[in-house]
Write a protein that binds this ligand. Structure first.
Ligand SMILES: O=C(O)C(=O)C[C@]1(C(=O)O)C=C[C@@H](O)C=C1
Length: 390
């Protein structure tokens, strides 16, 4: 609204409390009054959070009585979607997501503390993906290999595991696909799509660095940068990026390609950030468990197909998908582990299709594909997930 102007050359201040004085000038909030308001809101928030926690405790009792599982990817996705959809305020969606992730992690822990295995040590990317999915209020069990994550789930030492499936720069993670061939009863319950930003960590100058440790995939994702900036340093593959940070902590003239949180955890300096060759570097992780996930209506299903070694078998096997209008979003070929005595190894294909295994159209498609395969395993149906920025 335009303000009335005074005659030129004569500025008369409005009388205190007069209509000419803007109401908000009188009541300009002070820092103390605003902080008082925040304190009042926080009190209300704590009351509401505890009310939510009491309800979650009751839900836990109902689950116990009915033998239901504590964690539900489907339900947590639903909660997040409703919260993000309802928000109209200035809080960014990523911030809300983080708040609710920890909120659900905390309320879940009131029902039961879950054990989640991942390739460690702590602050590996698998660990960061596990925190992104389950929050901090779970027991994070770090193990020494991807195979060990599967074994922990299979032996029921943990309720869930998290393993990398594929990377946008580097492709499939062979160790994970190999374990699905060995333990096809292990199910995918959720996916985590995590943006990966690598850092060069160390304690010496770049020019003094003699060795750079990292996981093979991380070294490969930064190959150009490392070649250009650290040509003198040997690139040494180790089991995980966090293990690399651990080694770099012990050796003065060594560095590691690892995550930024790993720098803090292993008391290393971040010598360079975002050293990945492709800016959109993304890894898709799978949450694995012994039990299947419920339908959300925004789901994906992963299949593992063994095909006869014949001309056109792949094209024939996936033809029913198009006919039934089922969209395929991923396909990866994988040679069958040897030992069968075959001269030419048979090929396995990993496929993602849209929809849940309980959707009638998806069921029809799976049965039609199954008829054209030597063997077909449904590795799981789970909610499609958003990209999480790390
Ligand atoms: O809805 C449930 O089943 C709950 O237990 C509540 C809740 C939540 O805090 O919102 C907690 C854990 C589940 O994984 C999903 C949601």
């Amino acid at each position: 609204m335009a303000r009335k102007s005074s005659p030129p050359g004569r500025t008369v201040p409005p009388a205190k409390g007069s209509a000419a004085e803007p109401a908000d000038a009188k009541k300009a909030p002070t820092l103390a009054s605003l902080r008082g308001e925040i304190d009042r809101i926080d009190k209300e928030l704590v009351t509401i959070l505890n009310r939510r926690a009491s309800i979650a405790t009751q839900i836990g009792q109902v689950k116990n009585t009915n033998g239901l599982e504590i964690w539900s990817a489907a339900r947590e996705e639903e909660v997040l979607a409703k919260v993000l959809g309802a928000s109209q305020g200035p809080l960014p969606q990523d911030t809300l997501r983080l708040i609710f992730r920890e909120l659900m992690s905390g309320t879940r822990a009131l029902q039961r503390t879950l054990r989640v295995a991942c390739l460690g040590p702590k602050y590996s990317y698998s660990y960061l993906a596990a925190v992104a999915k389950f929050g901090e209020a779970v027991e994070h069990v770090t193990v020494g290999s991807i195979a060990a994550v599967f074994e922990e789930v299979n032996r029921r030492h943990v309720q869930f595991g998290i393993v990398p499936l594929e990377n946008s720069t580097d492709g499939r993670i062979a160790d994970t696909l190999d374990m699905f061939t060995k333990l096809p009863n292990v199910k995918i319950r959720a996916e985590v799509r995590l943006r990966i930003h690598h850092c060069l960590l160390g304690r010496c100058e770049w020019s003094q660095m003699r060795r750079v440790y990292s996981k093979s995939q991380a070294l490969s994702q930064c190959r150009n940068w490392l070649g250009k900036n650290l040509p003198q340093a040997a690139k040494v593959e180790v089991v995980s990026t966090a293990a690399a940070a651990e080694l770099a902590q012990r050796e003065e003239y060594a560095g590691a390609v690892a995550s930024k949180p790993a720098a803090q955890a292993y008391r290393l300096n971040v010598l360079a950030e975002n050293i990945e060759d492709q800016a959109n570097n993304l890894t898709r992780f799978a949450v694995i468990a012994e039990t299947p996930e419920a339908r959300t209506g925004r789901d994906k299903t992963t299949l593992m197909a063994r095909l006869p070694n014949e001309v056109g078998s792949l094209a024939k096997s996936i033809a029913p998908l198009e006919k039934l209008g089922v969209n395929m979003t991923w396909i990866e070929s994988f040679p069958m582990p040897t030992g069968s005595g075959d001269k030419d190894p048979a090929y396995l294909f990993f496929l993602d299709i849209e929809g849940h295994v309980t959707d009638p159209q998806v069921q029809k498609a799976i049965e039609a594909v199954r008829k054209r395969c030597e063997r077909l395993d449904v590795l799981g149906s789970y909610p499609r997930s958003e990209i999480i920025e790390s």
